[in-house]
Write a protein that binds this ligand. Structure first.
Ligand code: THU
Length: 133
């Protein structure tokens, strides 16, 4: 999967965002190691704290369908280029994919790839609890 295609799928999901409070629609496309794609968008709530970020929607969809190994996630937002994931989502992504690639579109439309470790070094994971890495 070409990462510019993954970004297009994130942008398509972004159009489904339910973001009437922030007016900050976000879309993601999460690519599994075996080539499946799960999309997500943010889902807000009148009780603001119950808002779910696009990244966690996609992770929930994937896990609930038996997929746990991820290669990359493309993240797009109408009002932020690039849109880096919030701290809570970085931690949730680290649970399943400490080496995940994060794919963004820069203002000039080029594709920009970081790793989760770039934005969340020294991760707290199962290994921190004494479990397997
Ligand atoms: N949001 C996401 O969905 N993902 C991010 O990476 C950053 C923030 C959402 C949460 C909220 O609905 C809106 O963007 C503004 O914070």
């Amino acid at each position: 999967m070409d990462y510019s295609e993954l970004l297009l799928l994130a942008e398509a999901a972004q159009r489904h965002a339910y973001a009437p409070y922030s007016e900050f629609p976000v879309g993601v496309a999460l690519l599994t190691k075996d080539g499946k794609i799960f999309t997500g968008c943010n889902v807000e709530n009148a009780s603001f704290g119950l808002t779910i970020c696009a990244e966690r929607v996609a992770i929930g969809k994937a896990i609930s369908e038996g997929c746990r190994e991820f290669k990359a996630i493309a993240i797009t937002a109408a009002k932020a280029t690039p849109c880096l994931p919030c701290g809570a989502c970085r931690q949730v992504l680290a649970e399943f994919a400490p080496d995940l690639e994060l794919v963004f579109r820069q203002a000039e439309k080029q594709v920009w790839v970081l790793t989760l470790n770039d934005v969340l070094p020294f991760q707290f994971t199962n290994a921190s609890l004494g479990g397997p890495a």
